[in-house]
Design a protein around this ligand. Sequence first.
Ligand code: ADP
Ligand code: MG
Length: 323
Amino acid sequence: QMTIDKIAAGEVIERPASIVKELVENAVDAGASTVTVEIEDGGIALIRITDNGCGILREDIRNAFLRHSTSKIRCVEDLSRISSLGFRGEALSSIAAVAKVELITKPGEDAFGTRYVIEGGREVSMEDAGAADGTTFCVRQLFYNVPARRKFLKTAITEAGHVQDLLMRLALSHPEVGFRFLNHGQEKLRTSGSGKLDEVIYSIYGRDVASNLLELDHRAPGIRIRGYIGKPVITRGNRNFETFFVNGRYVKSAMISRALEDACKDFMMQHKFPFAVLAFEIDGEQVDVNVHPTKMELRFQKQQEVYNTVFEGIHRRLLEPEL
Ligand code: ADP
Ligand code: MG
């Protein structure tokens, strides 16, 4: 079991940002309204994630760290209608296999919290602990037992950059959750959790971008696209400012990027990329969410239709006169 976990971990856990992604998604799944992420040394020495979500019952803790154990799928039918972000039950076992993990958790209905320590897949301790409602994961010394993988990590600055970039996108995909990110105790990102996407965009990208947005709400059968695109005056030099969510999950999609860029082409200088934050609601059966372990690159049943809808919605919005 332990070796298999280590191998499986290689697929899911590439770097500190992969851990942050899995743990933040778990926090969101747990109904947290605030999530704080702290890192030291780019997350290699320490990642600490604190949420005020539902907590984990003591009797469920060991189970949560078992491979393919998830509380999020109860029957086969559920698989086609996954709304929660995580569903594969691999994250905790994978993380615990390649790092030293300390969990402190307390469900609201329990009087005591629990502190659980598991290192390299081996349980170290489980005991009572004073704790606020919710969950804190501390992940220390990533890949301490997998030197071959540790070698592939970049400098702390680069890894911290990956974490910050990821958190920006997670914050954008969940305006209803207040995020804080601290790197070596220094606050790098803070969102209010007000639920307003334009406020998150303001917190992250500043006034220049936030005051030059076009709101978009476009529907076609089986699909709805909402969000903001930047007016052509704030075009960017690279694709990093295109952020997409499908059914609440941050994704990369070359096809959506292409549709967006094709739609903007007539309005922009050549070799420039648009700013866009777009949330897609697509009928669950039309998206294959389980393409890659990190769940980032999606596949659509009807590629061309999705392309057309994105292109049309954006092109039309850019043609509309300003109110
Ligand atoms: P998955 O998210 O795919 O279910 P994970 O390995 O990420 O699998 O998590 C295993 C289980 O641990 C989850 O199904 C959930 O029940 C529990 N869990 C993990 N993180 C949290 C959290 N922050 N708050 C509450 N429960 C959690
Ligand atoms: Mg998960």
